[in-house]
Design a protein around this ligand. Structure first.
Ligand SMILES: CC(C)(COP(=O)(O)OP(=O)(O)OC[C@H]1O[C@@H](n2cnc3c(N)ncnc32)[C@H](O)[C@@H]1O)[C@@H](O)C(=O)NCCC(=O)NCCS
Ligand SMILES: Nc1ncnc2c1ncn2[C@@H]1O[C@H](COP(=O)(O)OP(=O)(O)OP(=O)(O)O)[C@@H](O)[C@H]1O
Length: 198
């Protein structure tokens, strides 16, 4: 079985995926793949430089993520242009890795961490979807602290995504990560007891 894992930015997807992996799940991580497809030498990086200009590259030719982030999170049409370049490549690798894990061990739960699962309408790729939920205020506070962003920059990133309350409504499973880590561990243990062993 595979399960999409999503939520909002800084809601705790990495925290939850780590807990699931510790219990035996396989992990496919879309954010990690998104970094791989823009490494130097990759076709997506060349297309990004053509579309956004050399200013989004660092001196060594790698992507200036901070600079590109500032551009795409302040203008939806720029964000769409970036997504048109990177998303097909990300989706292709994601599907390949899911299929590889499925062949290796059909009984193992494959968790696929996809921040934009609902925004990109990828729900049909997964048997079930888990949403990691925290209220918007908690999400904002954790994002500002983790990425050292100001309030406005953090708000812009949140506003580039579907509202977390809407994601919560669509989920098959919800993990509420607004309490302590121990609280989240308890929920993951309950989930694993019921659904982890196929
Ligand atoms: C714009 C980029 C360079 C900024 O890099 P940065 O290191 O600051 O952020 P990072 O990649 O770690 O992403 C952090 C979070 O931002 C959010 N986010 C990223 N891209 C997007 C997007 N296009 N729309 C909405 N939210 C996004 C996600 O929640 C993600 O987990 C980078 O996010 C990127 O290449 N985005 C396009 C690819 C993409 O859509 N990735 C996310 C889903 S696979
Ligand atoms: N239960 C918790 N209590 C306090 N802090 C937490 C909790 N869970 C996660 N955090 C912190 O909140 C921040 C966001 O968590 P995490 O990186 O797991 O989110 P994410 O959803 O993977 O983020 P992104 O969308 O950017 O990939 C991190 O700094 C993490 O240490």
């Amino acid at each position: 079985m595979n399960m999409g894992l999503t939520g909002g930015i800084a809601s705790g997807k990495s925290t939850v995926s780590r807990l699931l992996v510790q219990r035996g799940a396989a992990l496919v991580d879309a954010d990690k793949i998104a970094r791989e497809v823009v490494e130097p030498g990759q076709p997506s990086l060349r297309l990004i430089a053509e579309r956004f200009g050399q200013a989004v590259l660092l001196e060594d030719g790698s992507l200036n993520r901070k600079k590109l982030g500032e551009i795409v999170f302040s203008d939806p049409s720029e964000r769409e242009a970036l997504e048109q370049i990177t998303h097909p490549a990300i989706r292709g690798i994601m599907k390949d890795r899911m299929a590889d894990f499925g062949r290796e061990n059909p009984k193992r739960l494959v968790v696929v961490d996809v921040p934009l699962l609902y925004e990109s309408e990828l729900g049909s790729l997964f048997h079930k979807v888990m949403v990691v939920y925290v209220p918007r205020e908690v999400q904002l506070a954790r994002l500002m602290e983790r990425d050292r962003l100001g309030l406005e920059a953090a708000r812009r990133r949140l506003d580039a995504q579907m509202d977390i309350e809407e994601k919560r409504k669509r989920a098959d499973y919800v993990i509420d990560n607004s309490g302590s880590l121990e609280d989240t561990i308890r929920q993951i243990d309950d989930f694993w007891r019921e659904h982890g062993q196929l």
